[in-house]
Design a protein around this ligand. Structure first.
Ligand code: ADP
Length: 482
């Protein structure tokens, strides 16, 4: 198939290594809406990945030696080019990933915003002087780039998961090699093309595509790599962390979640429904911060389920580029199988389907947006991320009970609750064992805030000035003999 781009040269099907597009396409990239072939990208392995890392190591000295303002200017040009090519990038993204085109445009803006923010932040990587223990000496602390960074990213945000790792890395003077998900490499390679046009020197940012394990092994063992930044499943995150111990690399891991979304009986119910819709059904429920468990206090339970069901019934399922569509296909058949497994388990244990509950009539990996009522803590939906368009609504009675249920998971990424009671807002927010809490909002992601999890949801923060911390080492200098 061909994608009708304004600038067809943005559709790159080769890897980008050391400033050049290289390799021959052998791995199929398909449109999840109908399974058609879009393009083939290379299957790079250990040797090609090592070459990309070597190029990054070579490029690191000159890139880090540039002034922050010079690096900032290149990043800013990259940002401008992404914004100027937003529609083409969004179309590539929707075609390989499935999300509705309006959401894809939103993701491109969101992805670009990280580059804009860190182009600005590049100039603010401040050091400090500390009170000295000697009259003839001064203590200085400077922050230097950690070294070569490797990033491994998932398919659910093919643009934003790359820029929020790469923008701060390049801003502080690191160089990087990225392995995008094999489902969605074309958005990544288009970003590579725009980075080259913006003037990123050869080797500063390379992209390798291919089957993950051999690439991951080199990225986690090559001595030049000092940080592996990963977004994806907890299982793969743990594996990569283990592989990194051999050379003691720093890791930044954004892993799975199991987000509770709590509605207290004093909440603004319409606002809570609106929050639940964006939190649950964005990207067809395929984000790590999607509400996974909706806990609703008994007094407003029936009213909430009715309002939520009315809102879900308005969702439009279809191909992401069709006008009015708000729900695209799921990414793969495996994703549909997981949703079906969670549904079957919930129904067997007494939950009821209020709306949806099965594959959509359009076939393929399309699934009906679903609302389940009467959900309880012993069901799979309470333990694992469903990663699909299913809203399971659990009734609860007390604040104490729901906080305990919300925290009863090994995950700790995003959480949400709706309440108008100021005392409850602080009590609950401080007790929730999560890296992020959305209060009276179902949408928390912004480049201006530190995104990240605790417990088995990972470590490290992306976004805001805190996002810089992952990519720098602090160096202490004692200047004596004064
Ligand atoms: P998902 O199930 O959502 O695809 P994964 O954790 O499997 O999540 O994938 C996230 C990213 O991790 C993708 O880029 C994928 O290719 C990569 N990945 C998967 N397995 C490995 C591995 N063994 N080593 C390195 N990267 C991996």
């Amino acid at each position: 198939m061909t994608i009708a781009l304004k600038d067809p040269t943005l559709l790159k099907t080769q890897c980008f290594v050391d400033g050049a597009f290289v390799g021959e396409g052998t791995v199929a990239v398909t449109d999840p809406a109908d399974g058609t072939l879009i393009a083939k990208v290379p299957n790079f392995g250990a040797a090609e990945t090592a070459a990309a890392i070597d190029a990054a190591e070579k490029a690191m000295g000159p890139w880090a030696a540039k002034t922050a303002k010079e690096r900032s200017a290149v990043l800013r040009r990259w940002f401008d080019l992404i914004v100027a090519n937003r529609d083409d990038l969004a179309l590539i993204l929707t075609t390989e990933q499935g999300k509705p085109i309006a959401e894809a445009r939103g993701e491109i803006d969101y992805a670009a915003a990280y580059i804009e923010f860190y182009a600005e932040e590049a100039k603010r990587v401040y050091g400090e002087t500390l009170p000295s223990h000697r009259a003839d000496a001064r203590i200085l602390v400077i922050r230097q780039p950690i070294g070569v960074v490797c990033a491994i990213t998932p398919w659910n945000f093919p643009a934003a998961m790359i820029t929020r790792k790469i923008a701060p890395a390049l801003a502080v003077g690191c160089t990087a090699v990225v392995k995008p998900a094999l489902e969605t490499p074309l958005t990544a390679l288009a970003l590579a093309e725009l980075g080259a046009r913006a003037g990123l020197p050869a080797g500063v940012l390379s992209f390798v595509t291919g089957h993950a394990p051999p690439i991951g092994e080199v990225m986690t063992s090559h001595p030049a790599v000092r940080l592996v930044s990963f977004t994806g499943s907890t299982a793969v995150g743990k594996l990569l962390a283990k592989q990194c111990t051999g050379t003691l690399k720093r890791t930044a891991l954004e892993l799975g979640g199991n987000a509770p979304f709590i509605v207290f009986d004093d909440a603004d119910l319409d606002a809570a429904v609106e929050g639940a819709m964006v939190s649950k059904f964005r990207n067809m429920g395929q984000t790590c911060v999607c509400a996974n468990r909706l806990y609703v206090q008994r007094g407003v339970y029936d009213a909430f389920v009715a309002k939520l069901t009315a809102a879900v019934a308005k969702l439009e399922v279809g191909v992401g580029t069709e006008p009015g569509v708000t729900q695209g296909p799921l990414i793969t058949e495996k994703a549909v199988a997981k949703v079906e497994e969670h549904l079957a388990d919930a129904l067997a244990k007494g939950a009821e389907v209020v709306l949806g509950g099965k594959r959509h009539a359009r076939g393929g990996t399309f699934f009906e947006p679903t609302v389940l009522s009467g959900v309880t803590q012993d069901m799979k939906v309470s333990k694992e991320e469903t990663f699909g368009p299913v809203a399971p609504v659990f009734p609860f009675d007390t604040e104490e009970q729901v906080v305990a249920w919300a925290n009863d998971t090994e995950f700790g990424l995003a959480s949400y609750f709706f309440s108008r009671d100021v005392g409850r807002i602080f009590r609950v927010a401080e007790k929730l064992q999560y890296g992020m809490v959305g209060i009276n909002s179902g949408l928390i992601s912004t480049e201006l805030a530190p995104f990240g999890g605790i417990k088995e949801s990972g470590n490290g923060r992306e976004g805001s000035h805190h996002g810089i911390d992952e990519f720098v080492e602090k160096k202490y200098m004692l200047v004596a003999g004064l």
